[in-house]
Design a protein around this ligand. Structure first.
Ligand SMILES: Nc1ncnc2c1ncn2[C@@H]1O[C@H](COP(=O)(O)OP(=O)(O)O)[C@@H](O)[C@H]1O
Ligand SMILES: [Mg+2]
Length: 326
């Protein structure tokens, strides 16, 4: 695995741009699998520009749940053959979970590198998901690494890990470090200002309707484009009425659930799986909606979702195309 350069345009938009981006010539065992359906949309640009920089500050990628933050990083990495080392934040996460710890192997104590150490040594991306669930005191321990300094591992006899020039540090989180006033993202913690100040921050929303329609059409050719367009329209209706969305957070009838891209894909998958119900006069689309999202909502919100769905899918009985004979 050695360093190489790719044309960023060819890789991410299909048109050569002459802008070269660093990557590796072959994937490592830590390079994420490539998702052929992944669409690089508007939010990707900031992350790609960040990767083009020689010594970028760490990146903080924030946005609503399942908008595609982690998958964006993994899919960029997959195309650059970049190894990715991941950790997920939680309130009991401690520094050794990231750096490594001593363990017994064949009767002797050996130090096992954690994901951060491995990324620093192997020139990979350290992808720290949901970091805002961690205690700010724990994260403060990362400040010197965020500044680009080497890591000194006391538990391993003071081993000094000098970051490889290809090492990159990315955090994903639902909040921008200022906690969450809706209470929907249970467990997030307001972060320390000194920690937050070390990042370039990129805000990422759900993909545009065009991108989501394109995604659904390519992933689920069994659904007509009329149906997928309505599903995307419905998802955006739900997002507008979501209480986590600042414009509707004061509305008394705001929904406490929202349609993530993940839930939208689940809805489409279930609508196809439940297609046989159409013969019994049950709408697979509405049936799948409850299982993809509705059953997670409060009774009031579920009723609201059903009313919205009746408006969007007035004749939702059998809207999937008949199966082709084989
Ligand atoms: N642009 C996109 N193209 C294809 N799939 C996407 C896209 N954005 C999100 N997804 C899908 O949505 C799901 C949630 O994405 P994820 O990256 O886990 O979200 P997050 O990290 O923001 O919570 C994944 O299964 C991913 O494949
Ligand atoms: Mg994620």
């Amino acid at each position: 695995m050695s360093l190489t350069q790719f044309d960023a345009g060819t890789l991410f938009s299909g048109n050569a741009s002459g802008t070269m981006i660093n990557g590796y010539d072959t994937p490592s065992e830590y390079t994420p699998a490539l998702d052929p359906f992944y669409v690089f949309h508007g939010s990707s640009r900031d992350v790609i520009v960040w990767l083009l920089m020689q010594h970028p500050e760490p990146l903080y990628l924030c946005g609503p749940t399942s908008a595609g933050k982690s998958s964006l990083v993994r899919q960029i990495a997959a195309r650059l053959n970049y190894p990715v080392f991941e950790a997920t934040g939680h309130d009991r996460l401690e520094f050794p979970d990231l750096v490594g710890h001593l363990s017994v192997q064949n009767g002797t104590m050996v130090f096992q590198d954690g994901p951060l150490t491995m990324a620093m040594k192997q020139g990979g991306i350290f992808l720290f998901n949901e970091a805002d669930l961690c205690s700010p005191a724990t994260l403060a321990g990362l400040n010197t690494i965020l500044d680009g300094s080497p890591l000194c591992i006391a538990e391993n006899g003071g081993e000094l890990v000098v970051p490889d020039p290809m090492f990159r540090f990315i955090v994903t989180a639902n909040t921008n470090g200022n906690s969450d006033d809706t209470g929907l993202y249970q467990g997030v913690v307001r972060q320390n200002l000194a920690f937050m100040d070390r990042f370039m921050v990129v805000e990422m929303g759900y993909p545009t309707p065009e991108v989501e329609r394109d995604l659904l059409d390519r992933m689920f050719p069994q659904l007509t484009s009329e149906v997928t367009a309505k599903m995307v329209e419905f998802a955006n209706d739900v997002r507008r009425n979501f209480m986590g969305n600042s414009t509707s957070s004061t509305a008394h009838d705001a929904l406490e659930v929202t349609f993530s891209t993940r839930a939208l894909l689940r809805w489409a998958r279930l609508a196809i799986a439940f297609q046989p119900l159409a013969q019994k006069g049950i709408s697979p689309i509405l049936y799948a909606l409850d299982r993809a999202l509705g059953f997670r909502a409060t009774a009031t919100s579920r009723t609201a979702l059903h009313e919205m769905a009746q408006r969007t899918f007035p004749a939702a009985v059998n809207m999937a195309e008949p199966k082709t004979n084989h």
